[in-house]
Design a protein around this ligand. Structure first.
Ligand code: ZN
Length: 489
């Protein structure tokens, strides 16, 4: 299959012509969420970025097997090899089974992604469901001499690996520097070298998520799952591996090392990394008080949000930046995105009802179409394609206003352009133009005002009735000093 698609490869640090291993099949692996909390804006970016990649490859007629994992074990608090398992901790605090926590947040993740119109992957494997595959791969790495056992735990031997291969090939980091910059954490004395990482960890007696292995009862290291599951579903070598830039090191660097050590081959041809979202120029994080869940955006229930933003506004906002650029969130930027999205969808609807004028001169729709493909072929440059689409929006509105005429051939092409880019490739939805959200919000405000008046008159029966009726729709009201807000359970 011929294509002009250039992909920036983080491994070679340049744009390369996309050549799949086995066309028309394409293997795409993306690191999915660790399911111990609600999806936030930081989750939306990789999800939408690789949804765009998935959709565009399918649009080019590739048969894509898209694997996106669920991390439900092995992601430790300090993101190193130490600390309590994040899911086990949540389970302990809330007195739940770890798998209850994982299932709950997996469901919540799916709900948020569905709202964003992110397509479900072809396969969504769980780390805890692939312990056998992970143990087999660790055994292979041990057999090849690139790992050692210490007190039941298995560690990857970076020094040994570097005699044959190159740890740092993806991140450009130098092992010597890494050793000098690595802080010794308590409990890491088992490692021969501070940069070594765990493939299998021995479980402390109180550790709940544990499995038997040839070495000890324990659990896999975090990097292991993606190597094992990528290999199982896409083969020892596959086309594209994606994830956020924060995963490039040590996660993806270590994935390469594990696969090279086990199979002697570079596992991935194109490594793709989306950049991060900042909030008012700051990094996002729980400790900074600016970590907003996607539900916060959809309901507007967060101190930093002036109001609610619809899922399609969030989607459009993310698509307005090329995936390798940073993207700064602000209320202003989201409101501008919302305006742009609505303007585009209005024009898409208008175009369907325009009438053609026979013999009207050419308006350059084909050129716009070519610009959209050129932009997408240049490393998925969605903002350039969106800018070209706005030229089509301008033409559509001018035809509607009678300032331009369009011939039949171009009118067909215009509608095809919108169908392909707005719906198929960008995955924007027509029905959810934010109008419904605003209507619901307006209705809820009316109900809240009626309840407020009832309470002012000490009419508790009406106030309670309103609360109980809303509860049937899972709507909860919250009263605080700023007034009453509502949210869906
Ligand atoms: Zn991963």
């Amino acid at each position: 299959m011929e294509n002009n698609l250039l992909i920036y490869n983080s491994l070679s640090r340049q744009k390369e012509l996309f050549k799949p291993i086995n066309p028309p099949h394409v293997g795409l692996y993306v690191c999915g969420p660790t399911v111990y909390g609600d999806a936030h804006l930081g989750h939306a970016r990789p999800a939408i970025t690789f949804d765009l990649v998935f959709r565009y490859l399918r649009h080019l007629d590739y048969k894509v097997r898209y694997v996106r994992n669920i991390t439900d074990v092995g992601h430790l608090e300090h993101d190193a090899d130490e600390g309590e398992d994040k899911i086990a901790k949540k389970a302990r605090l809330e007195n739940l089974e770890p798998m209850e926590v994982a299932q709950y947040y997996t469901n919540r993740y799916h709900q948020s992604m569905d709202k964003l119109n992110v397509l479900r992957p072809s396969i969504e494997p769980h780390a805890s469901g692939h312990i056998i595959e992970q143990i087999a791969m660790i055994q292979k790495i041990l057999d090849k001499g690139f790992a050692y056992i210490e007190n039941g735990s298995v560690y990857f031997d970076i020094a040994k690996y570097n005699q044959t291969y190159h740890y740092g090939i993806l991140s450009g980091r130098n092992v010597e520097e890494m050793i000098n910059n690595t802080r010794e954490l308590a409990g890491q004395e088992e490692k021969h070298n501070p940069v070594d990482f765990a493939l299998w960890k021995k479980a402390e007696p109180k550790h709940i998520m544990r499995w038997p292995s040839p070495w000890c009862d324990g659990f896999p290291g975090w990097h292991m799952e993606c190597s094992a599951m990528g290999c199982k579903y896409l083969g020892e070598q596959f086309d594209i591996h994606g994830g956020g830039m924060d995963l490039l090191f040590p996660h993806h660097e270590s994935e390469i090392a594990q696969s090279m050590a086990a199979n002697g081959k570079q596992p991935v041809h194109y490594w793709m990394h989306n950049n991060m979202i900042t909030i008012n120029g700051q990094k996002m994080g729980k400790s900074l008080g600016n970590a907003m869940s996607l539900e916060d955006f959809f309901t507007g229930n967060h101190a930093l949000l002036e109001r609610a933003y619809s899922p399609m506004t969030i989607r459009f906002f993310i698509l307005q930046a090329q995936y390798r650029s940073t993207l700064d969130f602000s209320n202003e930027a989201l409101q501008a995105a919302e305006k742009g999205y609505k303007r585009m969808m209005a024009a898409v609807a208008t175009a369907q009802n325009l009438s053609a004028t026979e013999g009207a001169e050419n308006l350059g729709i084909q050129k716009i179409m070519d610009e959209c493909y050129d932009a997408m072929n240049d490393d998925f440059n969605s903002p350039i394609a969106i800018a070209a689409l706005f030229e089509a929006v301008r033409i559509t509105n001018s035809v509607k206003d009678g300032n331009l005429k369009i011939n039949g051939e171009e009118l067909t092409l215009l509608n095809r352009l919108f169908q392909a880019f707005v719906f198929d490739i960008f995955g924007l939805l027509e029905s959810e133009s934010g109008g419904d959200d605003q209507l619901v919000d307006g209705l809820m405000q009316t109900i809240i005002n009626i309840r407020k008046e009832a309470r002012a008159k000490k009419d508790w029966a009406t106030s309670d009735l309103i609360r109980d009726e809303l509860a049937k729709f899972d709507i909860v009201l919250k009263d605080d000093k700023d007034g009453t807000s509502w949210s869906k359970k």
